[in-house]
Design a protein. Sequence first.
Length: 341
Amino acid sequence: MEQPLTPRVDQPLKTRAARPLKPRRNRQVAPNQIQQKTQEPVASPADIPVPEPRPADAAKADSSTKDVQKTDAPKTAGASGVLNGEKSGQEKQALPEPTADSEGEPEPPAIAPTPTPKPANAEPEVEPPAVAPQPPQKPADAGDKKMLPDPRSADLPAEKMPQEEIACRERLNTLGVEFEEHKAESSPEIGCSIPYPLVLKTLGKSIAIAPDTELNCPMAEAAAHFAADVVQPAAKAEFGADLKSVSQASAFVCRPRNGTRKPSEHAFGNALDIASFTLSDGKKIEVGPAPPEKEGKFLNAVRKAACGPFKTVLGPGADADHSLHFHLDLEPRRHGGTFCQ
């Protein structure tokens, strides 16, 4: 235990009157300074654990200690060395030496900060659906739509054949067309109707048509004139042969137009599809998108001449449905016009 310092009698005290002390306000006196003023026994610094201050606090404590000791503690020549030695020992024990890394930088917190929690009413994250969404299903009756109305769908045979039907048959006989009468056909669901049908065997005295072709009388008459007045001369001019027969692909068929709800002209026996022509020398000329040069010239002449006698003429190049045949019909058009493609 160290003895408290007492002034020696044989040496007078030196005062520091030459240097007036500056007033210091709100000074905090360190505990070790209070002990020196009251001259109470001070425990050895080695026995009392001292917390390690931060570098900034250590600098303040050091300067505070030095200022108080300068102003309050009397100095003698002999006690000065002892006091300084004792003070330096206490500073070594209380203040750790700052390292190069810690100077001027705050120490990291002992506990890592936790992120701010999300509010309780935050919107939940949208999770992807477990099953991919499926397109809406079509209504069950989407494919069962009714046909668009056509006034000819209501045509039914009368008890007595009309005069215009009788006159048409007389003209066919004059052209040498062989035909048979057929019973009336109709289907209200689809809208087709042919009240006075004919089944053609030939298109004239020397021109056959196969297979048997069911048409209404006006369409049968137009087909007979077409074969005799258009196809026959073109075959003679291009190949030096006569037209022997016509192969048809479709006549009366109770169906709508492709991809529509409108009844086809075939549904009234008012259309004829021609797939090929056969000549008297046995040559067969088929309708197609890329025929040989000579056949192509003949087909183009026939197709061009058909526009007028028929109100609709379609063939290769018009669309995919007519790439292998000529479609001819008598569909009524505004102002008696035609549609040829």
